[in-house]
Write a protein that binds this ligand. Sequence first.
Ligand SMILES: Cc1cc2nc3c(=O)[nH]c(=O)nc-3n(C[C@H](O)[C@H](O)[C@H](O)COP(=O)(O)OP(=O)(O)OC[C@H]3O[C@@H](n4cnc5c(N)ncnc54)[C@H](O)[C@@H]3O)c2cc1C
Length: 459
Amino acid sequence: MSDSFRTPSVLAPVRGPVLFADDEGFAAEAAVFNTAVAHRPYVVVGASDEADVRAAVRFARQEGRSVAVLNTGHGPSVSVSDGAVLITTRRMAGVEIDAGQRVARVEAGVTWGQVVEEAAKVGLAPLAGSSPQVGVVGYTLGGGVSIALGRAFGYAADHVRAVEVVTPDGELRHVTPQTSPDLFFALLGGKGNFGVVTAMVFDLFPVTEVYGGFLQFAGEDARAVLEAYRVFAAGAPDEVTSSVVFLRAPDLPFVPEFMRGRLTVLVRVAYLGSAAEGQALVAPLRAAATALVDTVGMMPAAQVAAIGNDPTDPGTAVEHFAMVGELSGEVVEAILELAGPDSGGEITLVNLSQLGGALGRPAGRPSAVRRDLAFAVFALTVVPPGVPGLEVDRGAELVGRLAGLDGRKHPGYLSPSDAAVESVRLAYDEATYERLRTAKTEWDPQNMFRWNFNIPPRA
Ligand SMILES: Cc1cc2nc3c(=O)[nH]c(=O)nc-3n(C[C@H](O)[C@H](O)[C@H](O)COP(=O)(O)OP(=O)(O)OC[C@H]3O[C@@H](n4cnc5c(N)ncnc54)[C@H](O)[C@@H]3O)c2cc1C
């Protein structure tokens, strides 16, 4: 697949495409979901297997170049440039399910949609996120909060049994909590800082149905809904995973008429239990106001993506995350003021997700994921095509207000606005951050893997 005239010899055996800036297909291979980020590396290596990954890392080492990793492009941190080698993993798409052991082994390019579908065939479910397009590995390296089962079972990272990774020295390693506890810990929560994960083995759960869906209310009911949600969340058992979304849809023909150019407020909920218990739990939310749409009911676990209804087309957006320790009156007021019906409507989407439950308890396996936060707040403002950027960034204002109340961050909830080292540091408690730096200094002393939410090695 490589151009033998200019491909360096160490990359010659690579089976996937090796693309330089002026090659056809280079831009498509390096494209991301949020086009606010644009990659211009020295070369893109489209890895088709772990041997391709090893060759790419060895090439970078040999030439003193840095390495970046891209799968679906749903979680970019910084625009890759500066002579970097970008390894794309989407061709590594193998999924194996062992129904007896209730485990899956997935290669680096696998997305959640694939695993959900394969696992459902044998009556099992993974800890999948809201979007079927998101990559399993990138998601799990930040913790991974399942939209349906997160609070019931904990982080996806808590259920990883083994990680196969090409470390910055170019070697493929099989990492388990028993064989390399420090590297296992660092990989799960330390994101892309420690090498290229080529495959992962993790637990599946015997879940075939949930009571779930969303309630969608008019923007005018935002306060009543948020107040009802606050009470609902405070009393929710671990079997309930939920979030609230303030969504301002564009005034465009493809948007359903009742949402066009308007704010609506969605409560997205999943309950791992019976319909009768679910109905009783959700009743106070249904009573908060008249729902315009109510999809909540028993649903196959394979359909959980319908709870989130995430966007599927790439676009440009400015994103910010804040974490909060409690859903206080101040948090509610800040959201209403900056994203509510009287806010002026600059922010396209605000998502408030409840953590806690099993996400708040120590797991049996080591990881660098934090467990001391109650809610994650995400603000996204779409930048329309042809417009250079935002004139006013109300999402930053909202997150700034909330950060003033807490200030902690979380490795699974970082956006390009958090790419600075001081910001990444806030995603870990002191002891975890120091342990990650020790691991980084051991495994990547040159900081070859720096196109990420970087944890620099010690000098
Ligand atoms: C629409 C949408 C919905 C989402 N829903 C959820 C959700 O429900 N729950 C949740 O927890 N998160 C969710 N996320 C966040 C998502 O999990 C992260 O952004 C994740 O990093 C995406 O991984 P990716 O591989 O798909 O994206 P990419 O942009 O391809 O990768 C992101 C980063 O992960 C690292 N990485 C990826 N693959 C590897 C690898 N093989 N080896 C080493 N490093 C690697 C790299 O540093 C890379 O820059 C969502 C994101 C979006 C855009």
